[in-house]
Ligand binder design. Structure first.
Ligand code: HEM
Ligand code: SF4
Length: 582
């Protein structure tokens, strides 16, 4: 008989962490190194931080016998991505005064990241955020991460309801340990959980223990991601997420949600046991069952997920390992209700509508395209200053989108011209941005990400110049292809839901995928491995030419790639993702 598999080292680490305290507080006082020791290196992730260093200067420092320039990246918790102008001003000031890069990075998980915070400033940062009513609990690590919500600026009543659910779900699934407050806030209560904190945990969470009723002492086997989606806009890319609540409206009000479970995009080059997958439909739940359903799905994954092999631990693998029907039946048992049949829904788009739109309540909303989500003062384009100046006079709110853009929301008609003037003067509105650029995305990658294999954020802008030229050459200047670049197969840039996806293989080399669709419901297939930018552009020139000539009315490139046989479609990724092209 084979021996039961040993739990992975991360399981030991969580068990011994005293509910995520570790020895982080003591470690903070150790200023001889800019990094964190032993288990703390991993544990700080549960508090929303990653240890990093600037990889551009790593070799040079090594030559000088210096430690890499260690620092942390911080990710804020911002369910649904809404923030007030006052909060923005505080966030902006911290980035300017206390980070190595000075930027605010809007991410495709509707939050912002600071890059380059030195150890001496970390505690100040958490206290600063706390004063603004913000925190970074559980934005990384083996927990439910920042909950996304479609940024629908037009249907305000539906959005308001959906957004409230995103917040409630976030709070119901948050770690309940006091570690964050103990370490960073000297024990003060965490502001943002005060309203809906512990009491939001559903009674039927069936948990592990008294301190962590939903998550348990060992937290989750792996990271876990949740969205609230308002069809027909799939801007949050639900299939990249473990647990998704698809809003079903009736007469402009929310009636409940279709629940889809087990999406996710990470894989490893060449490792056929790993694959991206789309989320599976579980059924419909009315509003009074939403929190119980969320806790039940999380707790089944907590108890059934693979704790020995982290590469097989995400919910999508649990569904396969234990069987979809068994998983659904267990969730129903734990939430104390049956799923109703899925209600009709469909998606038409994933991009943000850049520019002004008028909402149903007569207020205006301006979506600003922020390339790569990187807000910084560039020569001739002081973007970060521009947003600050808008925040100084804006009376509505800001919304971060899951496409790394920023919405100046709820602008009164009389303020519209003033805000537009500031945005234009600072390069935040530019008439030369093409639809192609608006529909392109990259992950952070180099120089900060320790896992990066190739450039992504720094590669994309000039690459799009060349794709733009190809599109214009074929009369497609007003059209777009959902095109994404991700620096390694972990997939943060969501290339595994793109019509054309590039996945970093080595410096200057990428794997080229195609055949995803515009709505984001099909995983693309590998077309060619380990190729250079020039090789990619030569292939794209052919593809775009053929698409322009032979497409059907309104046909997106990914659908064309499948119909015309450029790639065989991925139908069931667990079975056919790694199939060779015929
Ligand atoms: C095993 C899988 C993964 C690992 C180990 C991983 C790790 C990381 C790391 C280290 C960073 C920090 C980069 C930096 O800011 O310097 C990062 C950023 C990020 N990751 Fe992941 N990641 C994984 C999968 C994913 C997936 C599948 C998604 C979403 C589909 C995602 C979403 C993000 C986002 C939104 C950022 C922030 C920056 C951005 O917008 O590009 N990650 N990830
Ligand atoms: S995809 Fe890879 S390179 Fe890009 S941010 Fe994620 S981990 Fe880093």
């Amino acid at each position: 008989m084979s021996k039961p598999a040993q739990p992975s080292d991360n399981e030991r680490l969580k068990e011994q962490s005293d509910y995520l305290h570790g020895t982080i507080a003591q470690d903070l006082g150790e200023q001889l190194t800019g990094g964190f020791q032993g288990d703390n290196f991993q544990l700080i992730r549960f508090h929303g931080m990653y240890e990093q260093d600037d990889r551009d200067i790593r070799a040079e420092r090594l030559e000088q016998k210096l430690e890499p320039n260690k620092n942390v990246m911080l990710r804020c918790r911002l369910p649904g991505g809404i923030i007030s102008p006052e909060q923005w001003l505080g966030i902006d000031r911290f980035a300017g005064e206390h980070t190595l890069y000075g930027s605010i990075r809007l991410t495709n998980r509707q939050t912002f990241q600071y890059h380059g915070v030195l150890k001496k400033d970390i505690k100040t940062m958490h206290q600063w955020l706390h004063k603004l009513g913000l925190d970074s609990i559980a934005t990384a690590g083996d927990v439910n991460r920042n909950v996304l919500c479609t940024s629908n600026p037009v249907e305000s009543a539906l959005h308001r309801e959906a957004y409230e659910w995103a917040k409630k779900i976030s709070e119901a699934l948050l770690p309940q340990t006091t570690a964050y407050a103990d370490i960073w806030l000297d024990g003060e209560k965490v502001a943002s959980t005060e309203t809906t904190g512990k009491h939001a945990v559903p009674e039927r969470a069936d948990s592990g223990d008294a301190v962590e009723p939903v998550l348990g002492k060992h937290y989750l086997p792996r990271k876990f991601k949740t969205t609230v989606v308002i069809p027909p806009h799939n801007d949050v890319d639900l299939h990249a997420n473990d647990l998704n609540f698809v809003a079903i409206g009736a007469n402009g009000r929310l009636a409940g949600f279709n629940v889809l479970v087990g999406g996710g995009l990470s894989m490893e080059h060449g490792n056929h046991k790993t694959f991206p997958n789309t989320a599976q439909e579980f059924g419909f739940v009315p509003l009074d069952k939403v929190l119980a359903c969320a806790a039940a799905v999380v707790s089944v994954q907590r108890d059934w997920g693979n704790r020995s092999d982290r590469k097989n631990a995400k919910t999508r693998y649990t569904l396969i390992n234990k069987g979809l029907d068994n998983f659904i039946a267990e969730v129903e048992q734990r939430m104390g209700a049956r799923f109703e049949p899925v209600r009709p829904y469909h998606f038409t788009s994933r991009g943000d509508r850049i520019g002004w739109v008028k909402g149903e309540e007569g207020l205006w909303h301006l979506t600003l395209f922020i390339e790569n989500g990187r807000l910084l003062d560039y020569p001739g384009r002081p973007l970060k200053t521009g947003v600050r100046k808008i925040a100084e006079i804006h009376r509505g709110d800001f919304r971060l989108t899951a496409n790394q853009n920023l919405i100046v929301a709820n602008v009164a008609p009389k303020d519209k011209a003033k805000i537009e003037k500031i945005a234009r003067a600072h390069g935040l509105i530019s008439d030369s941005v093409t639809k192609q650029r608006e529909h392109s995305m990259a992950c952070v990658s180099l120089p900060t990400c320790p896992l990066a294999m190739a450039e992504a954020e720094r590669f994309l802008p000039q690459f799009i110049d060349q794709v733009d030229a190809l599109m214009a050459e074929h009369g497609l200047a007003d059209d777009h292809i959902v095109l994404r670049v991700t620096g390694c197969p972990n997939g943060c840039g969501r290339a595994m839901l793109a019509e054309i996806g590039l996945v970093g293989k080595a410096i200057g080399r990428y794997n080229l995928y195609t055949g995803g669709n515009r709505e984001g419901t099909r995983i693309p297939r590998l077309f060619k491995e380990n190729i250079t930018e020039a090789e990619i552009l030569a292939i794209l020139a052919q593809w775009i030419g053929a698409w322009a000539q032979n497409r059907e009315e309104g046909e997106g490139f990914g659908d064309f790639a499948v119909r015309s046989g450029i790639v065989k479609p991925v139908i069931n990724p667990a079975v056919d993702f790694w199939d060779e092209q015929p």
